[in-house]
Design a protein around this ligand. Structure first.
Ligand SMILES: [Zn+2]
Length: 228
């Protein structure tokens, strides 16, 4: 019997000490990065003057970012093909997968004369509760500060690459991000309706530079969480 109790005690202690390791520490495991290529399937998103589609650009970029991160992180995608998961499916995949961060990839659909800006959105620290929102929508609340840090980390990494676009970090009351139980941002990578931005986004060299910059920003963010 004593051996049995000693074994249980060992189990309890092991579990206790396992729980004492820092929740965000990545020394012993890879960070889990959830990339969310916007739109898909029948939902093409914004269409460019050259026939390009937001759903394809967001997916292509997600794949390229994923390739850049393959040695340092475990990357998950909310869709692996040309279909359109609904917002609940996208966010619950991230929550269930215990992702350490979530990045939704989009392009803007503003009037064609607007061009040359990459916007990084995060939720404001005090988001307005929608009337019918329940506890499900409150997942982000403990993570708003880290979401801001993630947004700025991405902005700095892009600025370092001297991209031709202005990089703007902005807040928006985005319902997609609200249920997420990890730091999260949504990127609007240029205005696809603008011929200038569409041309820039269609160039594989630019896509590679952009993907490398985003991956770099993710890496710097996870390193900073590691140090905390
Ligand atoms: Zn979109």
């Amino acid at each position: 019997m004593r051996i049995k109790y000693a074994f249980f005690l060992f189990l309890i202690l092991t579990c206790t000490f396992a729980n004492l390791s820092p929740a965000n520490g990545f020394q012993e495991r890879k960070a889990i990065v959830m990339l969310d290529p916007g739109h898909g399937g029948n939902d093409t998103g914004v269409k460019g003057p050259d026939g390009s589609m937001e759903k394809n650009i967001s997916f292509l970029l997600a794949k390229k970012i994923s390739e850049n991160l393959k040695d340092s992180s475990r990357v998950l995608l909310t869709r692996e093909g040309d279909h359109n998961p609904d917002p609940v499916q996208r966010t619950s995949a991230a929550n269930r997968g215990k992702a350490d961060l979530f990045i939704s990839l989009h392009t803007e659909g503003s009037p064609p004369q607007i061009s040359g800006t990459i916007r990084i959105f995060h939720l404001p620290s005090h988001t307005i509760q929608s009337r019918d929102s329940g506890i499900w929508d409150e997942g982000h609340i403990p993570h708003t500060e880290q979401s801001t840090k993630l947004a700025h980390s991405l902005a700095r990494a892009m600025e370092k690459r001297n991209l031709p676009q202005r990089i703007k970090v902005q807040t928006a009351d985005l319902f997609l991000l609200k249920p997420l139980t990890m730091p999260s941002v949504l990127l609007e990578i240029g205005n696809l309706r603008s011929p200038r931005d569409a041309l820039w986004l269609a160039d594989p060299n630019n896509q590679n530079t952009l993907a490398a910059a985003i991956a770099d920003g993710i890496g710097r963010f996870t390193d900073s969480m590691d140090a905390e």
